[in-house]
Design a protein around this ligand. Sequence first.
Ligand SMILES: *[C@@H]1O[C@H](CO)[C@@H](O)[C@H](O)[C@H]1NC(C)=O
Ligand SMILES: *[C@@H]1O[C@H](CO)[C@@H](O)[C@H](O)[C@H]1NC(C)=O
Ligand SMILES: *[C@@H]1O[C@H](CO)[C@@H](O)[C@H](O)[C@H]1NC(C)=O
Ligand SMILES: *[C@@H]1O[C@H](CO)[C@@H](O)[C@H](O)[C@H]1NC(C)=O
Length: 194
Amino acid sequence: MGLITLICNILITVAVILAITTILIWLIFRPNAVKFYVTDANLNRFSLDLNNNSNLHYDLNLNFTIRNPNQRLGVYYDVVQVSGYYGEQRFGYVDVSPFYQGHKNTTVVVTKVKGQNLVVFGDGARADLKEDGKAGVYRIDVKMVMSVRFRFWVVTSWKFKPKIKCSDLKVPLVSSNSTSGFKFQTRECDFDFY
Ligand SMILES: *[C@@H]1O[C@H](CO)[C@@H](O)[C@H](O)[C@H]1NC(C)=O
Ligand SMILES: *[C@@H]1O[C@H](CO)[C@@H](O)[C@H](O)[C@H]1NC(C)=O
Ligand SMILES: *[C@@H]1O[C@H](CO)[C@@H](O)[C@H](O)[C@H]1NC(C)=O
Ligand SMILES: *[C@@H]1O[C@H](CO)[C@@H](O)[C@H](O)[C@H]1NC(C)=O
């Protein structure tokens, strides 16, 4: 009798865990779950040193919105690292402080990627940089690596490490004369779990 009860209990526990896991996985992997957008961006500076053309000075303002459309899932963003790329080169990054996003919430994240860094630009990237300098608008990619956990009722999931890519941003240089009429276009970011 005791053994049967024990087995039943184990089976029920396993079934409950499986059900919760299934629901979580369904909620998480459902298409159009959490969405990321770059809503605004500009550059105060994006230039190589006059006397050192491997040293890039950058000062990039980036505003994101993160939309969690789920009714029942909250999201802990434990790690969010935002990196700026020009060509295939990562020129700088910033870590966003951890935060929790509740159900059906849209969170605005205001970040700044600023500093100077050694970059190894090929001829292509250097030509692009000249061209972008003339236009006053720079072709920048942004990637985010993050570690998130989902909260479902009182249950918190294990960690997920999604990567997000926001490609082909056209980011105006504030001080440029050529960009007076230019307005940054909001971009939706691509989302891929691995
Ligand atoms: C980003 O958001 C902040 C705060 O709302 C705002 O002051 C700023 O103009 C926005 N845009 C950029 C590119 O920083
Ligand atoms: C979303 O969450 C943030 C942080 O908890 C909060 O400040 C904001 O008011 C929430 N927005 C909505 C629409 O609930
Ligand atoms: C150029 O700048 C890079 C990045 O800051 C630095 O590592 C390198 O030593 C500098 N080269 C010279 C010749 O100053
Ligand atoms: C913008 O125009 C002013 C005056 O015409 C000029 O002095 C300045 O160098 C220009 N700035 C850029 C970034 O081209």
